[in-house]
Design a protein around this ligand. Structure first.
Ligand code: ZN
Length: 230
């Protein structure tokens, strides 16, 4: 039997895109916070405290947001599965027809579609309906805890990059060093995600660095303003 050799991006892109978006958020929000506090001419200790607080707050809010949204998706999936279970128990004939019709719509002839539906429902009726009627499969089903942890972790990794600079770079150079290197990190991540997803690299890099630069410029402006007036 011929080995399955062609390489599909879809199953790789999903989690990579989530990871890159999480890291982007971490870089942009923490670097902007650091640049803003540094522009107010705060001490290195204050900038560091603000950066660490930003990392923890950001990671927790990402985790909370992801947990809530994926949990509601999981609730919806479970409600659909419960309804399907009842329908299979009370109206198996109609459910069989429904499944066969899905296979006919996908290109099977009526007789073969009926046979496939019969055999799949004999093996695992709920599984067949979940996958082919509801679009719920094991690989795609909602996992709130994993999603929350992955989101918090990628945010924290992104946030750690500008934060490390606060430790090593002299205070006087912090604003430029953090914004410059954060834009570089963003460009690298944007390029990586675009390459993995097969989308135009330059466009993706331009898009993410533009918004990152805007966010840092705005917070630097606010920080400088408050630094001068307070
Ligand atoms: Zn069904």
């Amino acid at each position: 039997m011929k080995r399955h050799t062609e390489h599909h991006r879809t199953h790789r892109v999903g989690w990579l895109r989530a990871a890159v978006l999480g890291a982007n958020d971490g870089i942009v929000s923490t670097a902007s916070l650091i640049v803003g506090v540094a522009a107010a001419e705060s001490s290195r200790a204050n900038v560091l405290v603000a950066g660490i607080a930003g990392l923890v707050a950001g990671a927790m809010s990402m985790a909370a947001g992801e947990y809530v949204s994926v949990s509601s998706q999981s609730d919806t999936e479970n409600a659909d599965l419960d309804r399907e279970r009842v329908e299979l128990a009370t109206d198996a004939v109609n459910e069989h027809e429904e499944l066969a019709a899905i296979y006919v719509a996908r290109g099977l002839d009526t007789q073969l579609a009926g046979e496939v539906a019969t055999q799949l429902m004999a093996k695992d009726a709920l599984g067949a309906h979940a996958r082919d009627e509801l679009g719920i499969s094991d690989t795609l089903s909602a996992r709130p805890v994993q999603a929350a942890m992955a989101s918090a972790a990628t945010f924290a990794v992104g946030a750690a990059m500008p934060l490390l600079l606060v430790v090593f770079v002299p205070s006087s150079a912090l604003v430029w060093a953090v914004s410059g290197s954060s834009l570089l990190f963003l460009a690298l991540l944007g390029g990586l995600a675009a390459r993995a997803g097969g989308s135009p690299v330059l466009k993706s890099v331009a898009r993410v660095t533009f918004w990152g630069a805007l966010a840092m410029a705005m917070t630097a402006g606010v920080g400088a303003l408050f630094g001068a007036t307070v």
